[in-house]
Design a protein around this ligand. Sequence first.
Ligand code: HEM
Length: 160
Amino acid sequence: MDDVTLARAIHVIGVVFWIGGVAMVTTVLLPAVRRLKSAQERIKFFEEVEGRFAWQARFTTLITGLSGLYMLYSMDAWSYYRSSEYWWVSAMTALWGLFTLMLFVIEPLFLRKWFTRRAKSDPEGTFTIIQFMHIFLLILSLIVIFGAVTGAHGALFFDN
Ligand code: HEM
């Protein structure tokens, strides 16, 4: 097995854990919590579970990013960033940047405090915002995965 194939397999395992976790939280956990708990309890319960997932997401984001960059380095494929045919490589990198910013900077420094403060005055509305953000990120991730898998296997949506 060559190094790029190995990196690709690691890359996809990273994506499975990371986006799979986002899908699980969005489609199973959040709807269940909304039905079962009172508005105040929901935020507390969600913070505990999401807190654990955030560490897994930070680790898998790192693995996915490093393996992706390694593939570009090993294939000397930096020109993908300038080609519309490979739009999905730029999309993967942009999505990775967005999650990295959220998980490593925005959430620990600002978002967590803001949610805790806002949840005291409007727990219902705060939970709706949390749910909306997860749905948005999941849809975006699915579009990028669709583009990456079809693009990596030769499907062309935009030609140069
Ligand atoms: C720094 C960020 C990233 C870089 C540099 C990167 C780079 C790459 C590269 C070079 C490939 C192989 C392309 C080829 O075979 O020609 C690839 C494949 C792929 N990437 Fe990424 N990627 C990144 C982030 C992501 C993210 C965030 C996702 C998912 C949301 C993702 C999902 C995939 C998938 C599904 C494949 C296709 C595997 C296959 O079917 O062969 N990547 N990536």
